[in-house]
Design a protein around this ligand. Sequence first.
Ligand code: ARG
Length: 592
Amino acid sequence: MKKILDMISEEVMRAFEEAGYEAALGKVTLSNRPDLCEYQCNGAMAGAKKYHKAPLMIAQDVAAKLSDSRVFEMADAVAPGFLNLKVKNAFIKEYLCGMANDKKFGLKEPKKKTIIVDYGGPNVAKPLHVGHLRSAVIGESVKRIERYAGHKVIGDIHLGDWGLQMGLIIYELQLRKPELPYYDESFEGEYPKEAPFTISELEEIYPTASGKSKEDPAYKERAMEATFKLQSGVRGYRALWQHIIDVSVADLKRNYRNLSVEFDLWKGESDVHDLIPDMVAYMKEAGYAHESEGALVVDVKEETDTKEIPPCMILKSDGAALYNTTDLATIMDRVAQYQPDELIYLTDKRQDLYFEQVFRCARKTKLVKEDMELVHIGFGTMNGKDGKPYKTRQGGVPRLENLIAEINEEMLRKIKENSAAKNYEIDEKEAEETAKIVALAAIKYGDLSNQASKDYIFDIDRFTSFEGDTGPYILYTIVRIKSILNKYKENGGNLSQVSIQNACNDAEKALMLELTKFNAMMEAACEEIAPHKICAYIYDLANEFNRFYHETKILSEEDEEKKAGFIALLVLTRDILETCIDLLGFSAPERM
Ligand code: ARG
């Protein structure tokens, strides 16, 4: 389906042409004076110079050509030369019927791409903390949005599962349990199936080991040896490493499931370890990489740079691979396995320069084709009410689990309060489940409603409020619609037999106009990779719906056909809202 603004513009362009002016002047925009009109065209002002004519006269000529338009109920030329436009109810009705019959509500399929979204990025054996929230929440939404648009999208968690952190754990464990068979290089038997630690032990081992290595150089030396043995494939070290991965991944899966975040690939840095030597050799042979102060680097600065872009380091002077090296090898691997057209990475924006270097290096060394899109979405920090990075009351970096538990609790309190105020019975179990659903919406909407690159303040009181620009408000609106639809069904109505009618009042028309914006909004959200546009849209849509709801008797309407028209509009509003929240990564309960 065409976007409604394009259809309206075409109509005005036709009128410009018929009146003897250039068609391009007929571009229409949303009105910035909603009290006067719904849409406006400023083309007459732009045409005044070219046609040596007063803009108002041009606007009047055009308005005359629109007087019997099938699109406009009003096309007024007003001083100094604006065209104020209102569309016919029948025109909007027809447009909405088209949307209701289209499985993507009028959104056109773009040229299909294969996109890999690299998000989450947790490190194994370390608990998820609040710093991991944004990557997961934004990444999940980006994945869903691009998939909805029609692209083939693969989400990859890209685990931090290699390097010194693993050596540290392996060595610390050796000190604690030297009797384990993994350290005995002459051992040829089968290793135990059971891991020699639980997730809580693991989560304690890592920080302890990391702390010790910072104080004690000999300890660090041993941990580096363990890392080396692991990387060179010593059997016992690999087996132990696998235990660490398994225990940690099981816990990560549970955590991400609670966030409704789902990865297609659980690959990690370790997966490309074996690709590194060949990649490095290639970069050297092709003359891309050269030695600099003992290290191997690829220059990536460009003449047009306004700031210094340091070279991309491929190997350290001791020959060790770095974070860059793994990311480049991962790009190579992704190209070979999935032939993607685009790679999207989500990390804190402090990694902006890093990704600039990696992307330039990948292009320069021809790991990727010229037209491959490489996108880094660097997000801002989640701050506390004091404007500083969010901390626990004790001042530490909060675990993600605790943060979620805190919101769940607050939400549960509100749900109970609300059911008491509204006088409906809700048992403990339903209350808890509902609280979880609504809490997730509170967290995700609170994050996604901000442009990703901006910092935002994590404010539990505001995010969990049922009023204002919040997730719970959106859910509340959906629940309200569902409850009306349920009552309609209980009274014998059939939702599949209703169809949208012409608007009966201003509030209904406003709601209808808001609905027509869906495809244009989605197209922009998808092209610009901008979930916040969906949030802004559903907030406006929910507001328009609630205004309509307060101004219209829906179920008590006596004219059955009119009532059925309202119901059809409710169905479309619910479907669009539910589609949108699904793309943001949350869902609505049956009641709240
Ligand atoms: N594990 C990394 C970190 O904790 C994030 C990984 C982001 N993705 C990537 N391909 N570099 O900082």
